[in-house]
Design a protein around this ligand. Structure first.
Ligand SMILES: NC(=O)c1ccc[n+]([C@@H]2O[C@H](COP(=O)([O-])OP(=O)(O)OC[C@H]3O[C@@H](n4cnc5c(N)ncnc54)[C@H](OP(=O)(O)O)[C@@H]3O)[C@@H](O)[C@H]2O)c1
Length: 280
């Protein structure tokens, strides 16, 4: 087991900065720079965060972000690629994963900090994909490997083939179950929870964590920041992967890493999640 990050904190995902309608590289650079300045722990990108005429944009922007703080870890993902304006294909074959990893190394300029099989839920032969990831790690193309979008059953099947280091799944707070997070804790895997705020289409965060929202109002801070601060305090081994598309919201959310967390805030988050039927 390789630890991907050496302490708990917030990761910035750059999918929306590339894929949203109207997204521009200038805005992406501004948001990434704000995140790096605010102390973000790592950037999350993928082969799939691409434009039709530029397969490298997502990883190139992440590499530019690392130039602002050398050593900043970058998570990337293989086996899922943009095929048309609104279509992505999945291919977990050994050949595809090897070609994707080589292209990522070329774009990121060094061996990968964490390489994930992007759509573990969509590949034809998970065992072949996991064996391919293990070979890539063995050969030094990636320091750590893992799965994304994996059920507990897929995690167990992967572990039966080769050691993996991490899982990245959706964990919208007050929306998604914590089952895979718990499976990862038992197996000693790092868990990266994407879309912690539920993503851009979820009901407003404050309606899902009303007690945290009330505390945020009382304390003059944002519900996003206070929620992440509580998450970092009560959920060890869970790195939230946020998708801010504005420098201001990136700075605000990443500021959770320095926010003080008391018992009242812990209880508020745990109570809010329990009352949504998704207790921790
Ligand atoms: N592995 C996978 O298959 C997979 C799939 C989906 C996503 N991901 C990763 O997860 C990342 C995050 O996903 P997501 O965008 O759905 O996550 P999210 O962070 O739950 O949702 C993003 C939304 O939260 C808002 N937000 C963030 N911080 C805020 C703040 N301080 N105050 C107010 N609003 C705030 C953003 O607003 P603004 O836009 O106004 O900043 C944006 O609308 C992606 O970029 C990607 O890297 C991975």
């Amino acid at each position: 087991m390789t630890r991907v990050l050496d302490r708990s904190g917030v990761v910035l995902g750059i999918a929306a900065l590339v894929l949203n309608e109207g997204a521009t590289d200038d805005n992406a650079r501004e948001v990434i720079a704000a995140a790096v300045d605010a102390g973000v722990l790592a950037l999350d990108t993928a082969r799939a965060y691409a434009r039709l005429d530029d397969d490298g944009v997502g990883e190139r922007l992440a590499a530019e972000g690392r130039a602002l703080r050398p050593g900043l870890p970058i998570i990337t993902k293989a086996g899922h690629y943009r095929a048309a304006a609104n279509a992505w294909n999945s291919d977990g074959s050994a050949e595809r994963l090897r070609a994707d990893a080589a292209r990522s190394v070329e774009l990121l300029g060094r061996p990968l900090d964490l390489l994930l099989l992007h759509r573990a839920d969509r590949v034809d032969d998970l065992e072949e994909s996991v064996a391919a990831l293990a070979a890539l790690r063995e050969e030094g193309l990636a320091r750590a490997v893992g799965l994304s979008n994996a059920s507990a059953d897929l995690i167990d099947r992967a572990l039966a083939v080769a050691p993996i280091d991490a899982v990245q799944n959706r964990l919208g707070l007050g929306v998604d179950s914590f089952a895979e997070y718990h499976r990862c804790r038992e197996a000693g895997l790092d868990f990266f929870g994407y879309a912690p705020f539920g993503g851009p289409r979820a009901a407003p965060l404050a309606t899902r964590v009303p007690h945290v929202a009330a505390l945020a109002t009382e304390r003059g801070t944002s519900v996003h920041r206070l929620t992440l601060a509580a998450v970092l305090a009560v959920l060890p081994g869970y790195w939230p992967v946020i998708g801010s598309t504005r420098a201001e919201s990136a700075r605000d959310a990443i500021g959770a890493m320095t926010e003080a967390v008391d018992d009242e805030l812990r209880e508020a988050l745990l109570g809010d999640l329990a009352s949504r039927g998704v207790p921790v």
